[in-house]
Write a protein that binds this ligand. Structure first.
Ligand SMILES: [Zn+2]
Length: 349
């Protein structure tokens, strides 16, 4: 399997929260030959299981969804109003190209706004609230849009095809968290055929961007003893951002979460991950508290508590259609996760 191609394919797939069917189909095809069984639940979580020598479960988690939107209203001329799904910055929307799911396949359009010629100078320097924007898919009437299957609840995303940049960096959408999904698939391939001391659950969680919803129920079902969440996280390494406001930096390796808005990582887990990374010469950094949140927020609180760690590759301009990922950081995340799986039985169990 070519890791970069796998990452690109997953990132380009359509998967706003609750509508990750395409993403799951790609993952299912990839993991079917690599796992003992696959489980899907009622809300859209998918878990691949590998039985080990004991019943103790180590859970690896990544989320399948990306930030997106839903059509909320269609006007008589066929303009589509929309409601953002997930943590958007409204400055991303005007003139962005979009893909929405119609009844016969995907439809394309743009997020329209009033042109500069008919707006006042002071309006042109402010972000436009989403409710003042409308998606234009070229139709001329409400009936025409409805005939294409568009109705309140139709899901959509901002387009962001993946392109390669200098220094082994990629530009595009949905690294958060298809980079985690790609990493899980790659890890599965690396450990294929090994009989591990513990049972492994590879969880592909739904709807993280709406508040860790999928992780809540999957952690209960899986009942892990230890969990590692593989994520993509925000950076502050941009001109004008002071160092104390920058959670982590691209190109400095995998980021280990100490604490964020959803979890204070157990010091035992932080020390374990730091030690393993140092011993194996894996580039790593500690992510500054308390930015962001991940599925670990739900997983570590499941049942009677789960020892949980978060490994993330940094990404600039995250939650936008033009975010950037450093492939070296992404590989460091995978290396650390693989090394941690080797060391968990000796040091954490
Ligand atoms: Zn994420």
């Amino acid at each position: 399997m070519d890791l970069k191609e796998l990452l690109k394919t997953l990132c380009e797939a359509f998967g706003p929260p609750g509508f990750e069917d395409d993403v799951r189909a790609i993952i299912r095809e990839q993991i079917t030959p690599l796992v003992d069984s696959i489980e899907e639940d009622a809300i859209g979580n998918m878990t691949g299981w590998i039985k080990g020598k004991s019943e103790d479960v180590v859970m690896l988690d990544a989320h399948t969804d990306e930030v997106g939107f839903m059509i909320s209203h269609i006007d008589d001329k066929g303009f589509l109003r929309f409601a953002p799904l997930g943590g958007w910055d409204a400055r991303q929307f005007p003139s962005a190209r979009v893909t929405i799911r119609g009844k016969d396949g995907y439809l394309h359009g743009t997020i329209g706004f009033t042109p500069p010629h008919i707006t006042k100078p002071e309006e042109r320097t402010k972000a436009i609230p989403p409710e003042k924007l409308a998606i234009d898919i070229g139709v001329k009437s409400k009936t025409e849009a409805e005939d294409m299957g568009i109705r309140p609840g139709t899901p959509g995303i901002l387009d962001g095809n993946i392109v390669e940049l200098a220094n082994n960096r990629l530009l595009g959408k949905a690294f958060d968290d298809r980079a985690g999904c790609a990493a899980l698939i790659y890890i599965l391939e690396q450990i294929k055929g090994q009989k591990l001391p513990f049972t492994l659950a590879f969880n592909f969680a739904t709807s993280e961007e709406l508040g860790l919803r999928g992780a809540k129920v999957s952690a209960f079902r899986i009942a892990p003893k230890i969990a590692l969440v593989l994520e993509t996280t925000t950076t502050g390494d941009f001109p004008g951002v002071p160092a104390d406001q920058s959670p982590c930096e691209m190109g400095k390796g995998v980021a280990i979460t100490v604490a964020d808005r959803t979890m204070v990582t157990s010091p035992r887990m932080v020390r374990f991950l730091q030690e393993v990374a140092t011993e194996r010469n894996i580039p790593h950094q500690l992510k500054q508290p308390l930015f962001g949140g991940t599925n670990a927020g739900e997983i570590h609180l499941s049942r009677s508590g789960v020892l949980t760690g978060v490994l993330a590759n940094p990404s600039r301009y995250i939650h936008g259609p033009s975010s950037i990922l450093d492939f070296g950081d992404f590989e460091a995340k995978i290396q650390l996760a693989l090394a941690a799986l080797e060391e968990i039985p000796k040091r954490l169990m």
